[in-house]
Design a protein around this ligand. Structure first.
Ligand code: HEM
Ligand code: HEM
Ligand SMILES: [Fe+2]
Length: 484
């Protein structure tokens, strides 16, 4: 054991060492997401900014792909982090996992460079294979798709084999089945059809069934582990909640897919199916809030890692508001007719991705920071504790500011473009140049800078938290025995 406060990977088990590599790539990619978001936002205000050098379409692609990749890296890191603890067995096939980390990371770097330097290609198969596929969020070219599939198969093998050789907990069982679904679905976004309706039909299998089914369950698993770690909640309670949430999530989320099939040329019955099932989707999200608040209450918020628990509670709340409330607002076809594809959607997209997923990964960053520094004290009165609090405040204020600004812009578009203007091409431009819209875009940008500031503080904090700490986490347990 290294001394308290000293950053040393010797404090970690081998799965956790590999997790640190994934976290170390995730954090700068989060920064890249913000940078390219700010550039794209600026282009709403100064339309010819970087015109034909780094167009809006390129910035947007990099913004979104950086987001997906850093979150996936965060999740993969989270799973490797908990794997040996949960399975009570060293990671099976670790060398293969390490090798794949490097291959995947080099592939990501090449894909980003191609996005930035080559940008577009002729509309031919060669473009799909080597430059980009053009499907929003999963633009990666096909060679990279195949690489991703191979990498995740190795990751899946590591996880499933470790649980099989060690022990299968409830969390482990749900996780393995969920990963199978998560990666199976990715295949639906890999083939090309010339019919845009058919193409979109399958594309949503990846996008919707990821964020509203399989990612939610994955995050449910890693946050269940997080609650056991930070609060010392009894496994039986956490796993019972997990089963209920998973059943509700899949029960509503799978057919909730229909809320993307309202206007893309799919049969009309999707209006009913999508409206009904997606309206039920907030229910498991409410269950998650109740679960986190209940556990924290029972344990009187006495926990071994304040920043991680704060981000965990933030996750439950952010998921509920971003996905549950902001999603529900526009999920009925009668409403979606007016809001579809406006900034209303972007408002929901930002709050949901940040609220449900960024928060979870940040909580894991803090768990990792604690153990890397020899299990230092991270409860009340952390030395330099202002940093995590201010970074959290700036990130949330920035995100809520962006969400509200986009909501106002979306509301204005629904009124001027759709309700009054009748969705004509003219009305589209009229809405986009309306003073309310422009002001909202300015506020989004200002909020974006605040968010960026929060990120800088976050990085600084993660690199320094616990450095000058002399107390060990075990003092908390010695001082106050944890209730069951
Ligand atoms: C964490 C979970 C969720 C995330 C990350 C998320 C994210 C997103 C994103 C990014 C989009 C825009 C997709 C595009 O580019 O067209 C979107 C669309 C949509 N989401 Fe969600 N969402 C989540 C959960 C939900 C839930 C629970 C509901 C309903 C209760 C919902 C309802 C919708 C609807 C109706 C649309 C289509 C908007 C339109 O017509 O333009 N979402 N979501
Ligand atoms: C500095 C902060 C940020 C700024 C200025 C920013 C700006 C933007 C801009 C300009 C777009 C393109 C919108 C359009 O096509 O009209 C966008 C899309 C998007 N951003 Fe951000 N962003 C920021 C941070 C984030 C964060 C932290 C997340 C999630 C964790 C996020 C998630 C998304 C999503 C999901 C979309 C697609 C929305 C849709 O298609 O409806 N962004 N962002
Ligand atoms: Fe959806």
């Amino acid at each position: 054991m290294a001394a308290l406060g000293v950053f040393d990977t010797a404090n970690l088990n081998s799965g956790q060492k590999l997790a640190m590599k994934y976290f170390a790539v995730a954090l700068p990619l989060f920064g890249a997401q913000i940078l390219f978001g700010l550039l794209a936002g600026l282009q709403y205000l100064i339309p010819d900014f970087l015109f034909q050098v780094l167009d809006f379409s390129v910035n947007r692609t990099v913004h979104l792909n950086a987001m997906i990749v850093w979150m996936l890296y965060g999740f993969i890191g989270g799973v490797y982090w908990m794997l040996e603890d949960e399975a009570q067995h060293p990671v099976v096939g670790l060398w293969l996992g390490k090798l794949i980390f490097w291959i995947l990371t080099i592939a990501v770097a090449i894909v980003v460079l191609v996005y930035l330097l080559i940008q577009i290609g002729p509309a031919e198969m060669s473009t799909i294979w080597f430059i980009m596929e053009g499907r929003e969020y999963i633009e990666a070219p096909r060679w990279a798709d195949i690489g991703i599939v191979v990498s995740v198969l190795v990751f899946f093998f590591n996880v499933a084999a470790t649980f099989s050789k060690g022990r299968y907990t409830g969390i482990g069982g749900v996780l393995v089945l969920d990963l199978l679904a998560l990666f199976g679905i990715y295949l639906a976004g890999m083939f090309y059809t010339p019919n845009i309706s058919v193409d979109q039909f399958w594309w949503w299998w990846v996008i919707h069934l990821w964020v509203e089914a399989t990612w939610e369950v994955l995050v449910g698993c890693i946050m269940a582990y997080m609650l056991i770690q930070t609060l010392g909640v009894r496994r039986k309670i956490v796993e019972t909640w997990l089963y209920i949430e998973v059943a509700l999530m899949f029960g509503s989320g799978i057919l909730g897919l229909g809320h993307h099939y309202f206007w893309i040329g799919t049969p009309q019955y999707w209006l009913t199916i999508g409206g009904f099932f997606s309206a039920l989707e907030p229910i498991p999200l409410v269950a998650m809030v109740v679960h986190a608040v209940f556990d924290s209450g029972v344990h009187k918020l006495r926990n071994s890692n304040h920043p991680a628990l704060a981000w965990t509670i933030g996750q439950a709340a952010g998921n509920f508001f971003g996905a549950g409330v902001w999603g529900f607002m526009h999920t009925l076809p009668q409403i979606n007719l007016y809001t579809h594809g406006t900034q209303w959607t972007a408002s929901h997209g930002h709050l949901a991705f940040f609220g449900a997923y960024s928060t979870a990964v940040i909580a894991f960053f803090y768990l990792a920071a604690q153990k890397s520094r020899g299990n230092v004290w991270m409860s009340g009165n952390i030395v330099g504790g202002w940093k995590w609090k201010w970074s959290m405040a700036f990130l949330w204020i920035g995100m809520i500011g962006m969400t509200m600004a986009l909501l106002i812009a979306g509301y204005e578009q629904s009124q001027i473009e759709r309700a009054v203007g009748g969705s004509t091409w003219m009305a589209y431009f009229e809405a986009q140049s309306h003073p309310w819209f422009m002001q909202a875009m300015t506020w989004r940008q200002i909020s974006g800078y605040i968010f960026g500031l929060g990120y800088i503080l976050l990085v600084w904090d993660l690199l320094t938290i616990g450095k000058r700490e002399t107390r060990s986490v075990s003092e908390l347990h010695a001082e106050q025995p944890q209730p069951a």
